[in-house]
Design a protein around this ligand. Structure first.
Ligand code: XUL
Ligand code: CO
Length: 441
C-alpha cells in the first residue's frame, strides 16, 4: 500500500518550546499524570465522517478538500477502501488508537439494505485485516438514521412502521459491526428524533417508540456478546427544532423513566452543550454526578455563531474544566472522539494533521492543568469551606434526610434572623484558575 499523506512524518512530542508544526507541544503519551499515562487518560478517537468523508461541502458551495485518497471516483467500494487505508495511516502517524463510525460512513449506501449489509461485511473484513497488529480499534459505532429521506419524520420516532423496521435493521447491523470491530460503545444520537410542530406530533407515542428501540438494541447487543456501554448523545436542536434528548438532564430523566439507565451512559459533545445554553463542564458534571459520564465528543462551537460548527478544540479553559470532570469521574469508560472538522478553507492533508495536533494538545494541556487544580487545592478547599455549615450535628441530620421541618423551624426561631451565608468569592476563584492555567506551561 503506498503512502497517502506523503511527506507528513509521525507526530512526536517535542515540548512547548518546539516550533515544529508537525510535533506535539503538550501531548506526551508516556508522561505520567496523577499516576496514569497521558495516553490512558486520553483515549483519543478519529471520527470517520469528518476526517475521511466530509470534504467541506456546505449549503452554499461544493467541497474544497479532495478526500478521494487516490481512488478514481467517490461513492465506490474502491473509495471506501482508500478511506480505510488513509484512516489507518493517519491514526498511526498521530498515535491514535481508536475510530468512531456511522454505518454509511464506511460504505456507499445501496438501494437494497441486503446489499448495503454485504458491503459493510466486506469493508469491516478489510478494516480488520488492515488494523491487524496495529492496536487500532473501534471506540464506538452508530447507525446514521438521519441522512436518508426515509428518516424525515424520525427513526425511532417515525410515524411509519416500515421506516421503524428499517431503523431497527440498521441498529442491529451497526451493533454487530461494533462488536466485530472491538468497539467499547454504541451511540444513539437522536438526529431526527424530535419535532417541528405539535400540530402533527404525538410526543409520548414517539418517546415510547424510541425507548422500545433502545431496549431492543440492548437486548440484542447483550445477546451477541456486546458488553460495552450504550450511549445517548444529547443535543437540543439541529436538525430538528425540538430534539427529545435536549441535554444530559433530559436524557438521564428519559433513561430512568424507561428503565434504561443501567445500560446507558452519556456521550457529551461540547458544541451540543453550548447549543443547549450550557457549558461543556455543566453537561459533564450533570452526567458525572448521576454516574452516567461515558464518553465525550470533543469539539467546540464558535461564540459568534448559533449552530453546530464542530470546530477543533482550542480553548484551554474549556478543556481544563472538561478534563477536571473526567479525572474526577475516574476516566471515561469509552473515550474522547474528535467530532470536529477542519474549517472549509483548511483543505489540505497538512491541515488534517494540524487540526488533530491542536485538538490533542488542547486536551493534553487541559489534563495537565486539571491535575494542577487538584494538586493546588485552593478551588476544591474553597468549595468544601463553602458548605462546611452542614458538618454540624443538625447539618448532618439534614444531609441524611433525618431532619424535620419542626426542628429546623425551631433553630430558625432561635436565630431570629438568617445569618450571612458567606461570599461566593467568584472573582477570587477565577483569578486562581487564571493563575493555574497561565503559569508554568
Ligand atoms: C451530530 C453529531 C453526530 C453524532 C453521531 O451533531 O454529533 O455526528 O456524534 O451520530
Ligand atoms: Co457528536
Amino acid at each position: 500500500m503506498s503512502e497517502i499523506f506523503v511527506g507528513i512524518p509521525e507526530i512526536k512530542y517535542e515540548g512547548s518550546s518546539s516550533k515544529n508544526p508537525f510535533a506535539f507541544k503538550y501531548y506526551d503519551p508516556e508522561k505520567v499524570i496523577l499516576g496514569k499515562k497521558m495516553s490512558e487518560h486520553l483515549p483519543f478517537a478519529m471520527a470517520w465522517w469528518h476526517n475521511l468523508c466530509a470534504n467541506g461541502t456546505d449549503m452554499f458551495g461544493r467541497g474544497t478538500a479532495d478526500k478521494r485518497f487516490g481512488a478514481s471516483s467517490e461513492g465506490t467500494m474502491e473509495h471506501a477502501k482508500a478511506k480505510v487505508d488513509a484512516g489507518i495511516e493517519f491514526m498511526k502517524k498521530l498515535g491514535i488508537k481508536y475510530y468512531c463510525f456511522h454505518d454509511v460512513d464506511l460504505v456507499p449506501e445501496a438501494d437494497d439494505i441486503n446489499e448495503t449489509n454485504r458491503r459493510l461485511d466486506e469493508i469491516t473484513d478489510y478494516i480488520l485485516e488492515k488494523t491487524k497488529g496495529t492496536g487500532i480499534k473501534c471506540l464506538w459505532g452508530t447507525a446514521n438514521m438521519f441522512s436518508n429521506p426515509r428518516f424525515m419524520n424520525g427513526a425511532g420516532s417515525t410515524n411509519s412502521l416500515d421506516v421503524y423496521c428499517f431503523a431497527a435493521a440498521q441498529v442491529k447491523k451497526a451493533i454487530e459491526l461494533t462488536v466485530k470491530l472491538g468497539g467499547k460503545g454504541y451511540v444513539f444520537w437522536g438526529g431526527r428524533e424530535g419535532y417541528e410542530t405539535l400540530l402533527n406530533t404525538k410526543v409520548k407515542f414517539e418517546q415510547e417508540n424510541i425507548a422500545n428501540l433502545m431496549r431492543m438494541a440492548c437486548d440484542y447487543g447483550r445477546s451477541i456478546g456486546f458488553n460495552g456501554t450504550f450511549l445517548i448523545e444529547p443535543k437540543p436542536k439541529e436538525p430538528m427544532k425540538h430534539q427529545y434528548d435536549y441535554d444530559a438532564a433530559t436524557a438521564i430523566g428519559f433513561l430512568k423513566e424507561y428503565g434504561l439507565d443501567k445500560d446507558f451512559k452519556m456521550n457529551i459533545e461540547a458544541n451540543h452543550a453550548t447549543l443547549a445554553g450550557h457549558t461543556f463542564q455543566h453537561e459533564l458534571r450533570i452526567s458525572r454526578i448521576n454516574g452516567m459520564l461515558g464518553s465525550i465528543d470533543a469539539n467546540q462551537g464558535d461564540v459568534m455563531l448559533g449552530w453546530d460548527t464542530d470546530c477543533f478544540p482550542s480553548n484551554v479553559y474549556d478543556t481544563t474544566l472538561a478534563m477536571y470532570e473526567i479525572v474526577k469521574n475516574g476516566g471515561l469508560p469509552v473515550g474522547i472522539n474528535f467530532d470536529s472538522k477542519n474549517r472549509r478553507p483548511s483543505n489540505t492533508y497538512e491541515d488534517m494533521f494540524h487540526a488533530f495536533i491542536l485538538g490533542m494538545d488542547s486536551f493534553a494541556l487541559g489534563l495537565i492543568k486539571a491535575a494542577e487544580i487538584i494538586e493546588d487545592g485552593r478551588i476544591e478547599k474553597n468549595i468544601e469551606d463553602k458548605y462546611s455549615s452542614f458538618n454540624s450535628e443538625l447539618g448532618k441530620k439534614v444531609r441524611e434526610g433525618k431532619a424535620t421541618l419542626e426542628e429546623l423551624a425551631g433553630r430558625a426561631s432561635e436565630l431570629k434572623a438568617p445569618s450571612d451565608p458567606g461570599s461566593g468569592k467568584q472573582e477570587y476563584l477565577e483569578g486562581v484558575l487564571n493563575n493555574i492555567i497561565i503559569a508554568n506551561n
